[in-house]
Design a protein around this ligand. Structure first.
Ligand code: SF4
Ligand code: SF4
Ligand code: FES
Length: 258
C-alpha cells in the first residue's frame, strides 16, 4: 500500500481553496474510491456527486490533474506516480459545493430543442428506413450526459458564450434529430440561428475528452455545419433549390421560450 497526496478543491459559490489529504491507496483503486476514502476517514462533509461507479451515469465528472475526466473511470495507476493529484469541480458550470456543480443550464438547453417529429407513415401503414441511416445515429445515443465535452469547449468555458452556443453535447442531440431517417422537422435554420453552430471552430477538444468515444466533431458538428453552409451560404445550391426543389421537411416548431 502506498500513500498519495490528494489536493481537493473545497468551497462553494462564494469561494474556496485546495486542501491536501494524505490517503493510503490500495491496488485497483479509481479516483472516486480515493475521494470516498477521504470522505469516510478525514472529511465527512466533502460533497461529491456519483451514482453508478461504472462510467454510465455521467455524474462523477470533475477535473483530475487539470483534465476533465470521470472519477469512477480514472484508475490510480494511470496517473503520474509522483506528486500530488488535484481534483476539482468542472469549470464551465457554477459550483454548488466542493466537487459538485450546477449543470441545470444543460437541461434547459435540451428543452429548447424541438422534439422528434415523425413523418407520415407509408401508404401501407409502415415506416421503412435504410439500415445505414439507422446506424449513423446510433453513436449519438451513447451519450451519458457527463458534460465533460461542455466543460472543455472553449466557447463555453473560456468565452462564456452560454447564451449563444449550446455546446457539443447538444450539437450531438441536434444531429441525432436532424439525421433521424423518420424525423420530419427542418432544424437547419435553428441550428444556425438559435443554437449557434457558427461559434464552433472545430478544435475537436470535445471529441478528445468524450468517455463514450463519440466522434462529436467529425460525425455530428461538421455535418450540421455543412448543412448550414449548403442552405445559407451556397448561392448555386440556393438557385437550384429555388428552381427545382420542393421542401421535404416541415419547419421545426417554435422554441420553448425557457
Ligand atoms: S470542436 Fe467545437 S464544440 Fe468541440 S470543443 Fe471545439 S469549439 Fe467546442
Ligand atoms: S458527448 Fe460524450 S463528453 Fe459529451 S456529454 Fe455525451 S458522453 Fe459526455
Ligand atoms: S459514477 Fe456514474 S459515471 Fe461515474
Amino acid at each position: 500500500m502506498t500513500t498519495r497526496t490528494f489536493r481537493v478543491w473545497r468551497g462553494d459559490k462564494s469561494g474556496g481553496e485546495f486542501r491536501d489529504y494524505e490517503v493510503p491507496i490500495d491496488e485497483g483503486m479509481v479516483v472516486l474510491d480515493v475521494v470516498h476514502r477521504i470522505q469516510a476517514t478525514q472529511a465527512p462533509d466533502l460533497a461529491v456527486r456519483w451514482n453508478c461507479k461504472a462510467g454510465k451515469c455521467g455524474s462523477c465528472s470533475c477535473e483530475i490533474n487539470g483534465k476533465p475526466r470521470l472519477s469512477c473511470m480514472t484508475r490510480m495507476d494511470t496517473l503520474p506516480a509522483e506528486g500530488p493529484i488535484t481534483v476539482q469541480p468542472i469549470k464551465t458550470f457554477p459550483v454548488i459545493r466542493d466537487l459538485v456543480t450546477d449543470v441545470a443550464w444543460n437541461y434547459r438547453q435540451k428543452r429548447r430543442i424541438p422534439g422528434f417529429r415523425p413523418r407520415p407513415r407509408n401508404p401501407d401503414g409502415t415506416y421503412r428506413m435504410q439500415q445505414e441511416d439507422v446506424d449513423r445515429i446510433q453513436e449519438f445515443r451513447k451519450c451519458i450526459e457527463c458534460y465533460l465535452c461542455q466543460d472543455v469547449c472553449h466557447v463555453l468555458r473560456d468565452q462564456g458564450k452560454l447564451d449563444k452556443f449550446v455546446g457539443p453535447r447538444f450539437m450531438i442531440y441536434l444531429a441525432n434529430q436532424e439525421m433521424h431517417p423518420l424525423d420530419n422537422a427542418d432544424r437547419i435554420p435553428a441550428v444556425r440561428r438559435d443554437f449557434g453552430s457558427g461559434y464552433c471552430n472545430i478544435t475537436k477538444c470535445c471529441t478528445e475528452v468524450c468517455p463514450e468515444g463519440i466522434h462529436i466533431t467529425d460525425n455530428a458538428i461538421i455535418p450540421l455545419k455543412e448543412r448550414v453552409v449548403d442552405r445559407f451560404y451556397d448561392p448555386i445550391a440556393a438557385i437550384v433549390r429555388l428552381v427545382r426543389d420542393k421542401p421535404t421537411k416541415e419547419p421545426a416548431p417554435a422554441l420553448d421560450p425557457d
